[in-house]
Design a protein around this ligand. Structure first.
Ligand code: ZN
Length: 295
């Protein structure tokens, strides 16, 4: 199993860090978790295309986690030319309605889709790509999920968990993927020391956790309950017994030389596993990093 961080940023504008997106390669499958603005560009930079993956999990409908969902679906549909299975999508309510409002007959991309299905020039391109008219509309297979549900794949299982974030306005999920190759937990956006996240992450090889800011600098207690910070992440990682903690969803304020090291050092006071400061396009093995001998 290999994890590629597609986007480790926040809603704040950044060239260095795109918004949330994580690519997991497990067995023969490529799975994307979240697809915020810029994540799809990183997917292409990582050497993959929309048609290479069949599964998309969305943690919640904040735009920095799902804005490139439309790009993923449309590019996959366009280049796939009806030769590949429909994309399997899992996310919280109302992702089915969002999908319909994007790609339905009366949806945002309805006129574009109609033109590509009906115009002869577009049909010619579709056939050149191996498609056989009449062309289907994009029809991602959407399943709305909630904490406690499981999604079974080919040699892997995703368990849906609870994230402590901006309920009740948005339903917010975390995901745990287990396979023979290892286990990875993605917190989605989760703040505080969420007990359900600690339970979900028990014994996982890797925990990818929102680390929005430096603990103690939050403007309010409520903010701390909804946005991840380094001291709470240290406790979560320790209590869950994860082998590696990956920090992501990083604000520019803490992405500074000296601050990064201080955060890692302070996490080390409570948690003795591996700490990785996430960067866009970083590849992470589920096996803990080994110290190579000097030769
Ligand atoms: Zn969020």
């Amino acid at each position: 199993m290999k994890i590629t961080l597609l986007g480790t940023g926040t809603p704040s504008p950044s060239i260095k860090r795109q918004s949330s997106g994580y690519l997991i390669s497990v067995g023969d499958d490529l799975i994307v978790m979240d697809h915020g603005p810029g994540a799809h560009h990183r997917l292409i930079e990582s050497g993959h295309r929309a048609i290479d993956l069949n599964y998309c999990f969305i943690s919640h409908l904040h735009y920095d986690h799902c804005m490139d969902y439309a790009r993923l679906v449309l590019q996959r549909w366009d280049i796939g030319a009806d030769r590949i299975p429909d994309l399997q999508v899992y996310g919280p309510h109302p992702i089915a309605r969002m999908t319909e409002l994007l790609f339905g007959e009366e949806g945002v991309y309805g006129p574009d889709i109609r033109a590509r299905v009906e115009h002869q020039g577009s049909i010619d391109i579709f056939e050149a790509r191996g498609g056989k008219p009449p062309r289907k509309r994009p029809e991602p297979k959407v399943t709305e999920v909630r904490a406690g549900m499981k999604v079974e794949g080919n040699g892997w299982t995703v368990t849906v968990g609870h994230a402590s974030h901006v309920q009740p306005q948005l339903r917010c999920l975390a995901f745990r993927l287990d396979s023979d190759e290892g286990s990875v937990v993605y917190s989605g956006d989760s703040g505080g020391q969420c007990p359900q996240l600690i339970e979900l992450a028990q014994g996982a090889d890797v925990l990818i956790a929102m680390n929005h800011y430096y603990s103690g600098t939050e403007p309010t207690a409520i903010y701390r309950e909804v946005c991840g910070n380094h001291k709470d992440n240290a406790i979560i990682a320790r209590e869950a017994g994860v082998k590696t903690l990956v920090l992501t969803h990083v604000l520019e304020q803490i992405d500074q030389p000296g601050v990064r090291e201080r955060i890692a050092q302070e996490i080390g006071e409570d948690y003795h596993g591996n700490v990785i400061w996430g960067e866009d396009l970083m590849q992470i093995d589920v096996q803990p990093p080994r110290m190579a001998k000097m030769e």
